[in-house]
Ligand binder design. Structure first.
Ligand code: ATP
Ligand code: CA
Ligand code: CA
Length: 432
């Protein structure tokens, strides 16, 4: 699946959904943000805030274009995650997502039927999830939060928010907001979705020829003899974090997750920048590269200050019945000194938003890796057990993708160790 999205215009089938999602986020998040920060309580993990939007508006919600309901789950928990653990600037977050209603949709959603949307600056991904995944995330939120607190350098998906839109006919759409592992300003020349399973885990060469940017799988990695080039220190650190994260996922009882790996070669540059050109289509005047930014004394850009003002204004006590953003909202591309600054103090995301390859003597090599563990909300339940049984009839029961969580975690971790330099390679994982 190419990581390039289609811009959602007013004529797009999902325009209303996008509008409702972004309006809901804008109001709900700023509502929470307008209050004074306080320590989390147990109730915060089960809290849900409801909003009802319509074209008239009321004292709680400004008028909106469409009628819909919006639910914000555990807002205080996600606020703390964003601010204290994922080091996002609150104003920046809202700006990126909602300063203009622009999202792009990934062209071909995966088997699961989820939809993926990029924020217009490409930093955030909105993923629609199934009700079961939604319930699961809420259930394990305390453990997830504990894990993130104890593991500031975790590779697990960063969840920034969990919400639901309900349309007038009763249809409910659950979605999460998470980090885009791939950077806005660097071209990803090759990418892999790795599970440690090798049965059927291949994108056929013919398909790759058609689309060289397709996300490849385990067997493609093995067959092209790829290696994660990391010097001894980085290797040790990454291995340790992968160990902790996969133990966590084992304890949660999930499986089917992947290590997503994107590679950027410095010498191949950004010339074939598919994403870049798409972004340029969105915003003709703002190329997706590092930009100088005008900042005020306290280091905040004028845009961030404007957003703060808007956030304050959405405090119900200060708000009239309508709230609309200024006609020409600030351009969020300019708010950041550089596009991946929020990642700077995370071990595995600090080199241009990723992890620079190094050789055995820690000299830099000309590749940056962008990696993280994604799709972590699938418990080993009825459906996956069934799949385990049926796929196991025609192939090695231990090499197929659906296996019980502890076996999955061991195999996943083993595979990732194997594909680092000095490891034994991934071939052992191959089906005969
Ligand atoms: P399935 O269950 O069929 O695997 P899914 O709908 O649950 O699919 P994911 O596995 O979460 O989807 O993601 C599908 C693809 O989307 C990934 O292989 C990757 O290319 C891209 N993707 C997902 N999450 C991210 C992320 N956080 N950053 C960058 N790309 C991502
Ligand atoms: Ca997946
Ligand atoms: Ca999935």
């Amino acid at each position: 699946r190419p990581l390039v999205g289609n811009l959602i215009g007013e004529d797009h089938a999902n325009y209303v959904l996008m509008y409702n999602m972004l309006t809901g986020i804008r109001i709900a998040v700023s509502r929470c943000q307008a209050k004074i920060k306080r320590p989390l309580t147990e109730q915060d993990f089960t809290a849900r805030h409801k909003y009802s939007f319509d074209i008239v508006g009321n004292e709680l919600t400004p008028s909106a274009r469409y009628d819909f309901k919006f639910k914000d789950y555990a807002p205080w928990v996600f606020r703390e995650l964003r601010e204290d653990h994922f080091s996002l600037d609150p104003a920046d977050y809202l700006l990126s997502l909602t300063s203009k209603y622009i999202l792009s949709e990934l062209t071909s959603p995966g088997k699961s039927g989820s939809f993926f949307y990029f924020s217009r600056d490409y930093r955030f991904i909105i993923k629609t999830i199934r009700h079961a995944e939604h319930k699961f995330l809420l259930r394990v939120l305390p453990q997830y939060w504990e894990h993130v607190k104890a593991n500031p350098h975790t590779l697990l998906s960063r969840f920034y928010g969990l919400h639901r839109v309900k349309l007038p006919r009763g249809q409910k759409i659950h979605f999460v907001i998470m980090n885009n592992l791939f950077p806005p300003h660097k071209d990803i020349h090759e990418s892999y979705d790795l599970k440690g399973s090798t049965v059927g885990r291949i994108v056929p060469p013919a398909k790759l020829e058609q689309n060289p940017r397709a996300v490849q799988k385990d067997l493609n990695w093995i067959d092209s003899n790829r290696v994660l080039e990391l010097g001894p220190e980085k290797r040790a650190l990454l291995t340790e974090q992968l160990r902790r994260d996969s133990e966590m996922l084992r304890d949660l009882g999930v499986m089917d997750y992947s290590l997503l790996v994107g590679l950027h070669w410095g010498n191949r540059g950004n010339r074939e920048n598919v994403r870049g050109s798409t972004l340029r289509v969105f915003e003709p005047s703002v190329p997706p590269i590092r930009r100088k930014t005008t900042q005020t004394k306290d280091g905040r850009s004028p845009e961030a200050i404007a957003m703060r003002r808007i956030m304050r204004a959405s405090d119900p006590h200060q708000l009239g019945t309508t709230l609309d953003l200024p006609d020409s909202p600030p351009s969020s591309m300019q708010t950041q000194p550089h596009p991946t600054q929020d990642r700077d103090h995370f071990l595995f995301y600090q080199d241009e938003g990723g992890l620079q390859a190094t050789d055995e003597s820690n000299e830099e090599m000309d590749v940056i890796y962008y990696l993280g563990i994604i799709d972590i909300l699938t418990p080993y339940g009825g459906l996956k057990k069934c799949e385990h049984f049926w796929k196991g009839l025609s192939a090695d029961r231990h090499k197929i993708s659906p296996v019980p969580p502890s076996e999955y975690a061991d195999r996943f971790f083993g595979f990732m160790k194997a594909i680092m330099r000095g490891g034994e390679g991934g071939s052992r994982f191959k089906a005969e």
